[in-house]
Design a protein around this ligand. Structure first.
Ligand code: GLY
Length: 424
């Protein structure tokens, strides 16, 4: 064989070896082990206090907020949340069961139980899920899907028992009680001066309705979800496929206003809102098979992938925030996006690009830059999320929903890779 041919053959062998190189999943084992320790430590420290870990108390720097919002402090100072008492700063922030985030910690425990089969984790998952039982009688928010589907919904999946379907269906009934058929949406909030506010986040509550239709055989719940998804698709999205955070409606169904609450400006793209959108429309396609939802999810996914400019794919808190080292990231938005893209990758031809992007997000979140060291971070798994910067609330802190969607993302990724924690 001539030298030239030998070189070509050698290159081919190296390339082939590269292709068949087994993937290294060590980072997943580290992540799951870390989450197990962190979540169990949290359960132990909370003990029998009927509260849920939400985040860490943090203050805010007015100059930083001014820079991020590109507004004078006086123009937004009245919207700021009350500052935490100095002795609370850096400590775990707990929330009651009616807080919108109450389902995420129990849900995270369920995911870790699913990975590991750890009995102590299961015990904690059952205990914190049961705490949320009264929420199934609550009607005063749209967040019921987050609260009950992430907790009881995962319990139903992993440890079904007779009493859970009733909890899910009652909650779905309460969510439907917020549906207005003239408007074609589920009302999000009961506070504020809006006539009928609907936020993009509300797409995340639809899974509970689809679940209720499956449990009862009654199509009504799913029909409400579909009408809500259609109205939201029509009014929440701009030409460039970014979404408004809040759309409020008049009683006749016309739009009252389009605004933001947690984003930088009414016409900005709040990072987590974009993530709720891609997750929500992918799920709506999964449940209905309606191609319009799939096409919409693809457009949102492409928009996210072209608009997020950070090297590690963890977005700044708002796509219109000034770019730079000191601009807070939102790990929660990245985690939600990873979940949505992994699912989307299974529905479309050429889905590999969504899969690869989601994998990149999960690896970034699993790096030391975001994954908390054992025994730190007040027991939360991830660092560097942003709750509501315009309110000076939870800026650059851990958030229980970042942890939840990170673990869900790992679960989806492992299922698609065909790997089990026990084999790592
Ligand atoms: N659903 C509220 C938020 O995403 O912050």
């Amino acid at each position: 064989m001539k030298i030239k041919h030998l070189i070509v053959a050698a290159v081919a062998v190296v390339a082939l070896a590269g292709c068949s190189q087994p993937k290294d999943y060590g980072w997943i084992k580290v992540a799951v082990d870390r989450a197990t320790v962190q979540l169990l430590q949290t359960a132990e420290e909370i003990g029998d206090t009927p509260m849920i870990p939400r985040s860490i108390w943090a203050g805010y720097d007015p100059a930083m907020l001014e820079k991020q919002l590109e507004k004078d402090f006086d123009t937004f100072k009245d919207s700021l949340r009350k500052k935490a008492a100095p002795e609370l700063l850096g400590k775990r922030r707990l929330a009651g069961v009616y807080d919108w985030t109450s389902g995420f910690y129990p849900g995270s425990l369920w995911y870790v139980y699913e990975f590991t089969g750890n009995e102590a984790v299961k015990e904690a998952a059952v205990k914190f899920t049961n705490l949320l039982f009264p929420v199934s009688h609550y009607t005063q928010t749209h967040d019921l899907g987050f609260m009950i589907n992430c907790s009881y919904g995962n319990a139903h999946r992993l440890m079904p028992c007779d009493t859970i379907p009733e909890v899910l269906v009652r909650t779905a009934d309460n969510l439907c009680s917020r549906f207005n058929k003239e408007i074609g949406c589920i009302r999000s909030w009961d506070f504020g001066a809006w006539n009928f506010p609907v936020i993009i986040d509300n797409m995340m509550n639809l899974d509970l309705l689809f679940a209720a239709s499956k449990i009862t055989g009654n199509p009504y719940y799913g029909q409400v979800a579909v009408i809500h998804a259609n109205t939201t698709m029509e009014n929440h999205f701009r030409e460039d496929v970014t979404s408004y955070h809040v759309v409020s409606y008049n009683p006749d169904g016309s739009v009252e206003c389009k605004q933001t609450y947690q984003g930088k400006a009414d016409d900005s793209a709040w990072a987590r809102g974009q993530a709720w959108g891609v997750y929500g429309y992918t799920a709506a396609y999964r449940e209905t098979g309606d191609k319009r939802y799939l096409d919409h999810a693809v457009k949102i996914a492409d928009m996210i992938m072209s608009r997020v400019t950070t090297e590690d794919a963890i977005p700044y808190w708002d796509y219109h925030a000034p770019e730079g080292e000191d601009t807070p990231r939102d790990a929660s938005a990245a985690a939600v996006t990873a979940c949505g893209l992994l699912e989307l990758s299974t529905f479309v031809e050429g889905g590999k690009k969504y899969y690869n992007y989601a994998e990149k997000i999960l690896k970034s979140l699993s790096s030391d830059a975001y994954l908390a060291a054992e025994g730190t971070n007040e027991g939360f798994v991830l660092m560097h999320s942003t709750g509501s910067l315009p309110h000076g609330s939870e800026v650059d802190v851990p958030l229980n929903y970042a942890d939840y969607y990170y673990l869900e993302g790992l679960q989806r990724y492992m299922a698609l890779e065909g790997i089990k924690y026990a084999d790592l």
